[in-house]
Write a protein that binds this ligand. Structure first.
Ligand SMILES: NC(=O)c1ccc[n+]([C@@H]2O[C@H](COP(=O)([O-])OP(=O)(O)OC[C@H]3O[C@@H](n4cnc5c(N)ncnc54)[C@H](OP(=O)(O)O)[C@@H]3O)[C@@H](O)[C@H]2O)c1
Length: 431
């Protein structure tokens, strides 16, 4: 069998882009003999040509305008490793597909926002696109969902989708660190970006969840419509109390199907110490797919980082000839498959509630009266000794109750002058 020559254009030479170049430089000979594919990097581009880089790029053709790569006949595959949901990334996707190039990206923001548009273009122009690294970094979750989880009906897909948050929560638990110190440590080790906003506030997880929901249920959702809460409200006291109660706190993205409705949510969650998910620590990610026939499938791996992420990008490139690949996305509107979105108010589950109150007689009775009035049954209650400025932490764990009911009662409680701190509400997930 003859060896097929394939030209690659790489836009973005940062963490992932430089990792990809290293992989190609190191492994191309073995790809030739194993897969009969001979890759050559026929174009590169980044923001600053003069920037000092830790890879040798002087033998590659530099494009000041990366869009010009999409018109270059020696390039078959355009790899976008810049980031951002619009701008250059979107333009590259459109131009690549229109010009018949295979488009590969690691960009979750782009795919979560414009995945369907890009899919439609790829169908119209008979070209292809892949985005394995956009969810779960080094975990081959997209291919697993496209090619294997296609037999039965998926009931839910959920997991720890952000390594930065998982690392921070692990260090708060293991090393008794406060949130800010754990974040600093994550930044020092390169797990968190200089601006970690999207990680910490859950938006990064919401991007990935939107993509997984589309693959699992064929629905398209605006990321801004996904209920999203981050981890910055978690304090040492919550980590310790969770442990005492037999739980760990993790940031989860959860998408599940019930009665033809899909509920998507991102929030810190208490998961049992006995659950598999609670064993996934540090910067690791995990995704669990609950399928009506196959049952639960769990994958674990590094969700970010130069080597794992660029390995996923390379896997996309190596699959260029895989013509049997199932559709990446289900390009159906919500109505076409009879599914609609369900908001979080319908969630029913247990809750962990923390508040700081005046250390005075009668306060506890006042607060429990609020729960009683709404018929919310309390499973356990703790009044902790660590008083600060006469404010005592109170913790309640409820029995199962709807989100609607609990939000109503907390709204009313918020007005109570005896409650001196913000009320922290965490959800307990029985997964
Ligand atoms: N890092 C990870 O672990 C990881 C994991 C999963 C997915 N991803 C995704 O992979 C993509 C790349 O991430 P990264 O971490 O490699 O980013 P990065 O290290 O910040 O690198 C970004 C690259 O894009 C280039 N760039 C920025 N603006 C540009 C412009 N206007 N024109 C041309 N080039 C431009 C930069 O050029 P200069 O070098 O000249 O500044 C840089 O080389 C993102 O979509 C990210 O979400 C990353």
């Amino acid at each position: 069998m003859s060896i097929k020559k394939i030209g690659i254009g790489i836009v973005g030479l940062g963490t992932v882009g430089s990792g990809l170049i290293e992989i190609i430089q190191k492994n191309n000979n073995s790809y030739k003999s194993k897969y009969n594919l001979d890759f050559s990097i026929n174009g590169i581009s980044a923001k600053n040509k003069k920037k000092k880089r830790n890879i040798n790029i002087k033998n590659y053709k530099w494009f000041n305008d990366p869009i010009k790569m999409t018109e270059f006949s020696d390039i078959d595959i355009i790899v976008e490793l810049v980031g951002g949901s619009d701008g250059l990334a979107l333009k590259l996707a459109e131009k690549s597909l229109i010009n018949g190039k295979y488009f590969v990206t690691a960009n979750k923001a782009l795919i979560a926002k414009h995945g369907i548009k890009i899919l439609d273009l790829s169908i119209k122009y008979n070209s292809k696109f892949s985005f394995e690294a956009a969810v779960g970094g080094g975990i081959p979750i997209i291919r697993l969902m496209q090619n294997s989880m296609i037999v039965g009906k998926i009931k839910s897909v959920y997991g720890i989708l952000n390594g930065t948050c998982n690392y921070i929560l692990t260090k708060m638990r293991e090393n008794n660190l406060q949130f800010n110190n754990a974040l600093k440590k994550a930044q020092q080790l390169g797990f968190a970006e200089a601006n970690p906003e999207d990680d910490i506030n859950g938006v990064d997880t919401a991007y990935k969840l939107a993509i997984l929901s589309n693959l699992a249920f064929g629905i398209t959702t605006k990321v801004s419509e996904i209920f999203t809460e981050g981890i910055s409200k978690i304090e040492e006291i919550d980590i310790k109390m969770a442990e005492k109660l037999g739980y760990k706190i993790v940031l989860l993205g959860i998408s599940n199907l019930k009665n033809n409705k899909v509920m998507q949510r991102v929030h810190p969650s208490l998961v049992s110490n006995n659950s598999m998910i609670s064993k996934v620590n540090n910067e690791l990610n995990t995704i669990i797919i609950d399928d009506e026939i196959a049952d639960k499938i769990m994958v674990v791996g590094k969700g970010a980082g130069k080597k794992p992420t660029s390995a996923s990008v390379m896997a996309d490139i190596l699959n260029i000839n895989d013509e049997n690949k199932k559709k990446f996305f289900v390009s159906k509107s919500k109505k076409a498959n009879n599914l609609s979105s369900q908001d979080i108010s319908k969630r029913e589950g247990k809750f962990y509630i923390r508040m700081g109150v005046d250390d005075k007689p009668g306060v506890l009775a006042d607060i429990t009266l609020f729960f009683k009035k709404q018929k919310i049954s309390i499973k356990s209650m703790f009044q902790l000794d660590d008083k600060v400025k006469n404010i005592v932490p109170l913790i309640f764990v409820t029995h199962k109750v709807t989100e609607k009911k609990i939000s109503l009662v907390l709204k009313k409680m918020d007005a109570l002058k005896k409650i001196k701190t913000k009320i922290v509400l965490l959800r307990i997930e029985e997964l």
